[in-house]
Design a protein around this ligand. Sequence first.
Ligand code: S3P
Length: 467
Amino acid sequence: MTDQNARPRSFSASVPLKGRIAIPGDKSISHRALMLSALAVGESRVTGLLEGHDVLATAAAMRAMGATIERRTDGEWRINGVGVGGLLQPREALDMGNSGTSTRLLMGLIASHPITATFVGDASLSGRPMGRVIDPLAQMGADITSSPGGRLPLMVRGLAPAIPISYRLPVASAQVKSAVLLAGLNTGGVTEVIEPVPTRDHSERMLRGFGADLTVEADADGTRHICIMGEAELKPQTIVVPGDPSSAAFFIVAALLVPGSDVTITNVGLNPTRAGLIDVLRQMGGDIELIDPREVGGEPVADLRVRHSALSGITVDPAVTPSMIDEFPILFVAAALAQGRTTTTGLDELRVKESDRLAVMSTGLRAIGARVIETEDGLIIEGTGGDPLPGGATVAGHLDHRICMSFAIAGLVTGSSVTIDDMGPVATSFPISRPCWENCSHDDPPQRRRNRLRCRSVADRRRGRAR
Ligand code: S3P
């Protein structure tokens, strides 16, 4: 059956890419900026916020729980928070769309408030495991009823006061870490997260920035102990969101692969817990120059000048995985054009992202002529040595923005073209300048209608305010 609202797009061999490009705000930081601002007492101001569907889902949820969130016509967001402990019971189910980060972090917030909320999402999100957050939050006293397999739709009944816990992360996941820390905000005493493998630390940085009493200590083996003291009082902040390195990744690889390219990507967040792809691409021979390294909103940032390079295959050290967890789909595209073999291992987490990214990338890459072997926990790719891929196929995006973007870039380096069956999901993390409901694309008509209505009401409110 074809989806009438799908947005198929074809991408074909590109001329050299030249010039400067600014990428949208960091998705992880944008979610956290909205959530913490909505819990502070007073008005926070956020510029550079990513206005993709995922972040708008977080904004809608925080509004539904009492925060006042407005976007000014100049693009600045103003958020008046309810105070930690002050979240109100949402009247309707929280529609998380495609967003795992919204879902897992908000489950944490609600777990220690005396409110009940139901979470729903699209087909991709409804297939993703939530047991990883249900377990620690249940230990803190939340009552969570999920669909079979610990999936959405699910209902969280929070407990206040909740029980502080010490929780050792069984998977390297910033979402799980953040869910527990956010639950700890409104929990008297010390809530501890023990993190054997470091993951993105935006929650820790921003919680401290908002005035939470949060400490991080590392054992000799690198295991981090992150402790938050509740009940916290958060002070409003002015936040500048840097550009998203996960979005920059597509343009970095495009510039490396398309012969003759020379592109500068401005204002890219380079938090070391996110910058793994740059190290890996440099190991492969990528010419990536950091220009004007600086700090924006408490995060390291630089402009990146990227020039076409002959890449060589490598064995990617699995230790780098958490710092480039979302960048493997586009790394696989780079590997498909490199000289020789690229081997990746330790990527089982990729199977539970917006899609099974190992299976979907290996199927799609093979369809466009790449040589790929899928293993249990990675891909082995024999590159073309820079020759274009044959292309000439339609690949399925599986409601996964990063898969769609990766195959769009692959299309630029084929002898023909690549068609992606639906580019709509790209708007979750990379909004393009059209009214946002035009970019809504979901698999089932009722969901689509709900999203269209939600998007419209955001737009209506903005128009109302602009008057
Ligand atoms: C995110 C953490 C990562 C990442 C996701 C965003 C976050 O997920 O893949 O896109 O903002 O905390 P996991 O925690 O599942 O690794």
